[in-house]
Design a protein around this ligand. Structure first.
Ligand code: BGC
Length: 513
């Protein structure tokens, strides 16, 4: 998850800073957290479509899958099978709360190390799983890793990156997630023919990013912001010199110090978040995450191989199709990296909504007309559906995917930023959990109608993006309220002059008369 947020705002100033080897190496190491997350997203769909895996843990689903008379749409409808995928997100929601505390109290580095440990334990339990509880506990551990990793990694990258490279590095994190998904798809394609343990290799493959993250996090530096925030000012100054590759960092140091002092005074971020003047950002940030998930993207990311098998494609063709959609996902993310600051957020969101709407409708119509309860559709139509899914995924990858994370990280003012972002991240995980847990059952009951269900959501989100979202391109985070929200035709009414300063700031001892 490409969450990106700074714990303190550096006043929007651009300090002279090179993109040093330190920053690059540390970012790469930290980004293994993104790779790990992506791998976990992508691996479950392929594994749940493998017969050896089903036979061992879900024999009922295996029997259903191979029963000639079984309804096409219901072959995989099983709550426990869905729990295998969804449990990870449940654990991630719970753990991201503790992770945000851990990040603040102990720093980004130990939080990442904790994530790596959870990841590693989860991988071992999954790869060696002898029964269903072991498998689910493994997924819960991976979820804990995701919760800790997704909180610490983006924060870490944002804090060490020189300001002018921050936007690009942010979306690169999403890029690594998509690469993780792609790696998982490729691994599944090759392991599916290794009987009977191919699924163990697939699940065990996640050990690589986990080990890299764990070992790498031993050598990276803690962020200057985190050190200064925790009172280790001299260490903070030294760390800043190291990552900037120069001695003259006093200006940036002073700014971080100033910002951490301001941030420390804000004792009730959640209370501030509930104020009327925080509502526009809270509503938009949260709803963007809900919309991101209700595009239906994770139906494809989690269940593409299962979906393709439902349509009658063979096991290999299904896994290969997942590799194709995974590649489209990765390549299209590049468009976001280069386009987001040129054409703006709103254009990408609205254009992609249109593209995704059309592809969902075409998919729905093809399935409604051709895939009945017990037949299989012609290869010809199956491949049109695969193409439509690629069109859908590409639209998502250059818009709602990365921007679903980028926008919530840039629209909150300092006093509510961490709290607001935490809300947004949690909403994402909750909605991901709902989709993962409900999709196969919804597919069984709604059949092709499920695609029209997502199409309806996409229509609504396209309209909302066009009319309710302010354009944030090129506006510094500091000036967001003034230049974006207070100028927006709808949201400006939330900023009454007597409401503007309604931030709860605990008076410090010096401030007291
Ligand atoms: C979403 C994930 C999704 C991924 C696909 C991310 O932005 O948060 O839920 O699986 O994109 O690339």
């Amino acid at each position: 998850m490409p969450a990106q947020i700074m714990s303190v705002e550096k006043g929007g100033q651009d300090f002279p800073a090179k993109l040093t080897k330190q920053v690059i190496v540390c970012s790469i190491i930290a980004a293994f957290g993104g790779l790990m997350f992506g791998y976990d997203i992508g691996i479950s769909g392929g594994v749940t479509s493998m017969d050896d895996f089903l036979l061992k843990f879900f024999p009922i689903v295996y029997k259903k899958k191979h029963k000639a008379k079984e309804n096409n749409y219901c072959k995989y409808d099983n709550q426990l099978l869905q729990l295998f995928t969804s449990s990870l997100y449940l654990a991630a929601v719970v753990c991201s709360f503790f992770a945000s505390k851990c990040c603040k109290k102990f720093g980004r580095k130990p939080t990442m190390q904790l994530a790596a440990i959870f990841f590693f334990v989860g991988v071992v339990l999954n790869a060696a799983a002898m029964n269903l509880p072991m498998l689910i506990v493994g997924r819960l551990c991976l979820g804990a890793g995701v919760g800790f990793g997704n909180q610490a990694v983006p924060l870490f990258i944002s804090e060490i990156a020189p300001a002018k490279y921050r936007g690009g590095l942010n979306i690169c994190f999403q890029m690594l997630i998509t690469l993780g998904i792609l790696c998982a798809n490729v691994v599944n394609y090759f392991t599916s023919n290794l009987h009977p343990y191919g699924w163990r290799i697939s699940l065990g493959g996640a050990a690589f990013p986990a080990i890299f993250l764990g070992l790498g996090s031993l050598i990276i530096v803690e962020t200057p912001t985190s050190l200064i925030e925790r009172g280790k000012t001299q260490e903070g100054l030294n760390a800043l010199k190291k990552i900037r590759g120069m001695e003259d960092v006093q200006k940036e140091y002073d700014e971080i110090h100033r910002a951490t002092e301001v941030a420390k005074k804000i004792k009730r971020p959640y209370r501030n978040l509930m104020k009327r003047s925080s509502r526009p950002q809270l509503i938009c940030g949260t709803i963007l995450q809900v919309f991101q998930q209700f595009t239906g993207i994770n139906v494809i990311m989690f269940y593409a191989p299962v979906l393709f098998q439902t349509m009658g494609l063979g096991a290999d063709a299904s896994l290969l199709s997942a590799v194709v959609t995974g590649s489209v996902n990765t390549v299209s993310t590049l468009v976001a990296i280069f386009g987001v600051d040129r054409v703006g957020r709103k254009f990408l969101l609205v254009e992609a909504a249109f593209q995704m709407l059309i592809s969902q409708i075409i998919t729905g119509v093809i399935l409604a007309q051709n895939l009945k309860a017990t037949n299989s559709i012609s290869k010809h139509y199956a491949y049109i559906v695969v193409i439509m899914i690629c069109v859908f995924v590409s639209g998502f990858a250059w818009s709602w995917g990365p921007l679903g994370w980028l926008i919530p990280s840039e629209i909150f003012p300092l006093e509510t930023r961490t709290a607001g972002f935490f809300f947004a991240v949690s909403m994402n995980m909750i909605c991901t959990f709902i989709i993962a847990q409900a999709f196969l059952t919804m597919l069984c009951h709604m059949r092709s109608g499920i695609f029209f269900f997502f199409a309806a959501w996409i229509l609504v989100m396209g309209i909302c993006a066009a009319f309710l979202l302010p354009e944030t391109k090129g506006i510094s985070i500091d000036e967001m309220n003034e230049k974006a929200w207070k100028k927006h035709w709808f949201w400006k009414r939330y900023f009454k002059s007597d409401d503007e300063q309604d931030v709860y700031i605990e008076p410090s001892t010096q401030d007291k008369p």
